[in-house]
Design a protein around this ligand. Structure first.
Ligand code: SAM
Ligand code: DTB
Ligand code: SF4
Length: 324
């Protein structure tokens, strides 16, 4: 019987990449069973955390991320917009809370945070969203240690900074920064005592091995990320990846299950790309250990399922929004 095959501890002499590959490639029924066991030991299997995104500063980003609508290097339809007003952000956070979201994530299309008035405004947004009794997450590009400390002092729960893909594929997607730059920001976030939200994107033309190498890189973070967004590429016209072939759905489920087994206590978030997924595929992802989704009709710049559709889906599955 192969259920024990998924217990990394029993193969202590095996290298981490080999362990991860063995978990991922085992027969699908065994993989799903093992993922469910881990999931049920650590989490309420009926509860799904709802998170809502807010793009507080849109477009004109100097980075050249090949997937992103907001890069100046990509000829997309996106209208750049300056930093949002505090009141607008608070209105969105309040509305998100009313729909059952318990985490509010503010994204800014910056390469890095610069000290000054705009960052002070973001710190005030963090303070005031935290005061609404929501988890507060930001994704603002690269951070220096003192900026991470200021975000922590303002009440930030988590910082999202994805490794996106394997170290070896990274340069095919982004050339304006390195994997090492990402790791340095993640280190600054951890050192400040902020929870790390770090995951990746599937469907950028990478191999299955690249996806497993991303999981290796995530496993090597210390502490391990408490939140792992798994995004499926939303192909944006005008980006170099506009014609990338979509990920095979079974491969997506395998990756989620493997992530759940490797990170038993983490929140595994089924992030971008849900609009293209059937209800059945989303249900399989939730069975494989995903326990969070982004809700609201828009992600940062791309469309997301209507809240009423997500509500119906959870209802059909007998699942509930996870309370704080
Ligand atoms: N500028 C920030 C940074 O450097 O991390 C954060 C904003 S960025 C939009 C946050 C994450 O969204 C990216 O790291 C990427 O994983 C994901 N993302 C961006 N565009 C995407 C797309 N078209 N499809 C799927 N995921 C995407
Ligand atoms: C993450 O990994 N996924 C979210 C959140 N972190 C910020 C963002 C998804 C963005 C999808 C593309 C867009 O809407 O522009
Ligand atoms: Fe800029 Fe972030 Fe988009 Fe990259 S993913 S272009 S850093 S907004």
């Amino acid at each position: 019987m192969s259920t024990t095959l998924s217990q990394p501890i029993e193969f202590a002499s095996e290298s981490l990449p080999d362990q991860i590959a063995r978990i991922y490639h085992q027969p699908f029924p065994d993989l799903l069973f093992a993922a469910q066991q881990v999931h049920r030991q650590q989490h309420n299997p009926h509860a799904v955390q709802l998170c809502t995104l807010c793009n507080i500063k849109a477009g004109a980003c100097p980075e050249d991320c090949g997937y992103c609508a907001q890069s100046v290097h990509n000829q997309t339809d996106l209208q750049p917009a300056p930093l949002m007003q505090l009141e607008t952000v608070l209105a969105e956070a309040t509305a998100a809370k009313a729909t059952g979201a318990t985490r509010f994530c503010m994204g800014a299309a910056w390469r890095e945070v610069r000290d000054g008035a705009q960052f002070e405004q973001v710190l005030e947004m963090v303070r005031q969203v935290a005061a609404l009794d929501l988890e507060v997450c930001c994704t603002l590009g690269m951070l220096k240690p003192h900026q991470a400390q200021q975000l922590k002092a303002a009440g930030l729960t988590a910082y999202n900074h994805n490794l996106d893909t394997s170290p070896s594929y990274y340069g095919q997607v982004i050339t304006t920064r390195t994997y090492r730059d990402r790791l340095e920001t993640i280190q600054a976030v951890s050192a400040a005592g902020i929870s790390v939200c770090c995951g990746g994107i599937l469907g950028m033309g990478e191999s299955v091995q690249d996806r497993l190498d991303l999981l290796v890189a995530l496993s090597q973070l210390s502490p391990a990320p408490e939140s792992i967004p798994i995004n499926c590429l939303v192909p944006v016209p005008g980006t170099p990846l506009e014609n990338a072939p979509p990920i095979d759905p079974i491969e997506l489920v395998r990756l989620i299950a493997t992530t759940r087994i490797l990170f038993p206590t983490a929140m595994v978030r089924l992030s971008a790309g849900r609009l293209e997924m059937s209800d059945e595929l989303q249900a399989l992802c939730l069975l494989a250990g995903a326990n969070s989704i982004f809700t609201g009709a828009k992600l940062l710049t791309t469309p997301n399922p209507e809240p009423s559709h997500d509500e119906q889906l959870l209802h059909k599955l007998g699942m509930i929004p996870k309370p704080l």
